[in-house]
Design a binder for this molecule. Sequence first.
Ligand code: 0X9
Ligand code: ZN
Length: 406
Amino acid sequence: MFSNKLLAIFISLFLTHQAWSNTMHSVQIDLKKKSDRDKVANIIHLDQIIGDKGYAVVNEHDLMQLKKVFPAKILNIKKLDFTQGETIQTENFEFPKGDEAFHTYQEVVDTLNEYERKYPNLATVFEFGKSVEGRSIPAIKITGVKKVNKDQFIPAILFTGSHHAREHLSTEIPMLLIKHILDNYSSTPEIKKLIDSREIYFVPMLNTDGAMYDIAGRKYKMWRKNRTKNDSRTYGVDLNRNYSFGWGTGGSSRSPNSDVYMGPKPFSEPETQAVKKFVEDNANIRVLLSFHTFSELILYPWGGKNTGIGGEDQRVFEKMAQTMSGWNKYKPMQASGLYIASGDTCDWAYGEHGIYCFTFELSPKSMWSGGFYPGAKIIDKVFRANVKPALYLIDKAADPKGVLRQ
Ligand code: 0X9
Ligand code: ZN
């Protein structure tokens, strides 16, 4: 009796300890068939696909699952120097040495407030929602439109960054876009015209908690999800699997420990709820660009199924993606061409609201040129590559289908 109790204590101590430390591994997987890619996407996040090989950084749980389901297909496993665990409480979040140019949560807040002070007639900072840990998710609205009546229709666009914690570059590009359009309003007629006729919304860091957890202690952790406490041992929902359209129909996991955990129900998370509410409250949003990293891709729906959306809209997406690809040289493709993933932002935005929604997988192109942590030196180059695509989307928000007549 006594020893059983002791055993139970040991087991629970062991399990608790497991939660505090989670060593990451890089795996290489043989994925000759597209159907294999889609199957693997139910378990792990495939960071990169080249030819018939998939590459991923996985936590211990996902690695175990993968070994169970695809033992013969794993070509290589390597232990990495990333350790994840409990939320680290710190007042001072700072990026690791050399990467200080990236914005912390507080720096995003301070910088947006500074823009509002500098450009009071064009910029308004507002709270987009609250994160799991209670952070106020910062957003900024940029417009020069003075509405003559409140029902006047003004075409709008929404830019989001950092759905995924470790994709810090996806916060920097919207931050630089905000600065670019505000600083150039007076000197560049093209930008003035856009700001004076559109509502342009930016949420540069949606997953505030995850992004800060990823840099806590000035050490990157390869964290992807938000910081919901799922149960006693696991954290996080993959926000890009938590939207309602086609939720849980493939390319996401029901296991709370998985990096592609879909959450207990659609829109279970305050961060995705904030996007839902905002889009529902602002029916003038016609275009959405969700910044992610990495691979240099322009993705459009569907992501949750292998069939195309078809019809006229298919051609609208293709034409827009192709045009933008001419500037940033990213590869345009249907999102599911990569792997199936249900519950992502764009399937919901288009499927539910008819919004022309793109996912940009920013630079670098591969994990060998930096993957999720490419260093601050690439920020400016990536920004310059994406200015024209961003301005183009702001312009097209007035009449997306118009691209077919050009
Ligand atoms: O898996 C994702 O959520 C996105 N890639 S990332 O490396 N940034 O995590 C891609 C989402 C696009 N949708 C599909 N591939 N279906
Ligand atoms: Zn991402």
